[in-house]
Design a protein around this ligand. Structure first.
Ligand code: PRP
Ligand code: ADE
Length: 188
């Protein structure tokens, strides 16, 4: 599809960043271009309204969850377009009040994610958004936080999946991943 080729062409990689052996994928040129950014957001919103909601009896997405930090650049815009709430998953020690926490492994180290306990009400429909999925550790931890709060994750959305790492294998079924650029859709 022309849009996907256009968006893919704006991405770039930096070898050995932030440390040797990591091929760092930089999404910022895409956000720097307002037409590309609009195209990306519209693509995600179309996916959610035309496909994801077909799996939900209530036909409503209640909460868009964005992952610290690059998921914060996408999640709130998608939430506003859908008329949904936005809730952040943050790295440990950044959120006030009662929180739930999960420790996870990612491509370059271990970390702990937290969500505020009142960010999602039991039974709410949730979509988890991030810029990319590499090992799947971050996405898996976010899904676990949503589950701890009683939310139902309808879909995980990414701009790109670094498919060589087989991240999808790490995530629990039943779940769905939509990755715009690899166009990978996994239904379990
Ligand atoms: O699939 P994984 O192996 O878990 O890696 C993917 C995660 O890594 C990056 O975030 P990072 O933790 O580097 O934080 P940042 O957004 O603050 O740079 C990226 O934005 C994803 O959240
Ligand atoms: N290869 C990569 N490029 C950019 N962000 C990442 N986060 C984890 N792995 C990454």
């Amino acid at each position: 599809m022309a849009d996907v080729e256009y968006l893919t062409g704006l991405l770039r990689t930096f070898p050995d960043y932030p440390k040797k052996g990591i091929n760092f994928l930089d999404i910022f040129p895409l956000l720097r271009n307002p037409i590309a950014f609009e195209t990306l957001i519209t693509h995600f919103v179309h996916r959610l309204t035309s496909h994801t909601l077909a799996r939900s009896p209530s036909k409503k997405i209640d909460v868009v969850v964005g992952l610290d930090a690059r998921g914060f650049l996408l999640g709130p815009i998608i939430a506003m377009r859908l008329g949904a709430a936005f809730a952040p998953v943050r790295k440990k020690g950044k959120l006030p009040g009662e929180c739930v926490a999960v420790t996870y492994e990612k491509e370059y180290g271990a970390d702990t994610f937290e969500m505020q306990s009142d960010a999602i009400m039991p039974g709410q429909n949730v979509v988890i958004v991030d810029d990319l999925i590499a090992t799947g550790g971050s996405a898996k931890a976010a899904g676990e936080l949503v589950a701890k709060l009683g939310g139902k994750t309808l879909e995980y959305l990414f701009i790109i999946e670094l498919t060589f790492l087989h991240a999808a294998d790490k995530l629990d079924a039943p779940m769905y991943i939509y990755s715009l650029i690899s166009r990978l859709v996994i239904s379990c």
